[in-house]
Write a protein that binds this ligand. Sequence first.
Ligand SMILES: *[C@@H]1O[C@H](CO)[C@@H](O)[C@H](O)[C@H]1NC(C)=O
Ligand SMILES: *[C@@H]1O[C@H](CO)[C@@H](O)[C@H](O)[C@H]1NC(C)=O
Ligand SMILES: *[C@@H]1O[C@H](CO)[C@@H](O)[C@H](O)[C@H]1NC(C)=O
Length: 376
Amino acid sequence: MENGKDFGAVNRASQTRAVPHRLLHLLVLFLGFCFIFSVVSVYMIRHYGVNNVYPTSFLPCVEKEPIGLERWTRPPPKLLHSMSDEELFWRASLAPRIKKYPFNRVPKIAFMFLTTGPLPLAPLWERFFKGHSALYSIYVHSFPSYQADFPSTSVFYSRQVPSQVSQWGKMSICDAERRLLANALLDFDNEWFVLLSESCIPLYNFTIIYHYLSKSKYSFVGAFDDPRSVGRGRYNEKMAPEVHITQWRKGAQWFEVNRKLALFIVADTKFYPKFAEFCKPSCYVDEHYFPTMLTIRAANLLANRSITWVDWSRAGPHPATFGTADITEELMKRILENNTCIYNDQPTSVCYLFGRKFAPSALEPLFLLAPKYLGY
Ligand SMILES: *[C@@H]1O[C@H](CO)[C@@H](O)[C@H](O)[C@H]1NC(C)=O
Ligand SMILES: *[C@@H]1O[C@H](CO)[C@@H](O)[C@H](O)[C@H]1NC(C)=O
Ligand SMILES: *[C@@H]1O[C@H](CO)[C@@H](O)[C@H](O)[C@H]1NC(C)=O
């Protein structure tokens, strides 16, 4: 028994010594295999690309979702993309021919900010948007050199679209507006598209603005026939036959259009070349291109007035800008009271939903007056 025990003990000892050797051997073999495998993989990926080396069914732990409707209807997860304008506009111009959406679509307002850089009135907008995230989307176009640094809690966080330098009065500003529209069109939920600047503020709470836009029979594009030299005088006969002088319109660039008109703008290849070539300063193309083009395409869908209030009472080529000292209860009343206009073919006193131009210094007094006068 004792011997047996000893023998067993010795045997066990030699076994335990032998096992590490065998393990080590296996380990070395395994590492060698790993090394060769990775070298071969890297080589093959370099030459054939990832997708061609491993058939997708081989990829472990990647559950393949069945392709559902969301693939076509979901907005792109990121606003930054690598599409050129030509590619973007083509993609944005794709539109369904069946009017009824086969999914629960809650139509949203796309707020499109055309800026040079920062949004100094952002805190006011944040308060305006609070609690309505299902009903709006935001898009910001600024100079490409500007780096936005909104915190991740901001409604403006990561809402910047690929941008290019744009100049007032030149075609590049219309390009920027079309770029904003095209990016916003990629989200099928967007139904109304509002162009704003960094100096704009909302004049009513979100509920009222949403109701006003969603119940309107017409889109709010300023468009009128101005017989003066600053109107018809800017028309160039070379624009015929696409544009006749009786179709020539003028209007402030701050528009609101529905999805149908947004598609007309993004898909336009007929009028664009005419305006690009024959409407150069002192023909300010941003005051004529969209109003004229939309009047030709869909006059019956236009309200022919802008919903952005601006003060032209001070003389000069530019409207008044309001700073700290200007923001008084009297100014709020002046903007909101004594207006009359037509809404859905009926007279109304609510004519302007947005106002401009407000300087960064106006933020603090506006913030204090907004609850009482602007409803947010
Ligand atoms: C928006 O303003 C209207 C009119 O002032 C008011 O009746 C409504 O309660 C406001 N909505 C919200 C969500 O504050
Ligand atoms: C807007 O003007 C066009 C003509 O340019 C006209 O056909 C249209 O009916 C006007 N819209 C409204 C709501 O009056
Ligand atoms: C609005 O019009 C009334 C009557 O004409 C006038 O008394 C009042 O001062 C006006 N309000 C503003 C803010 O201009």
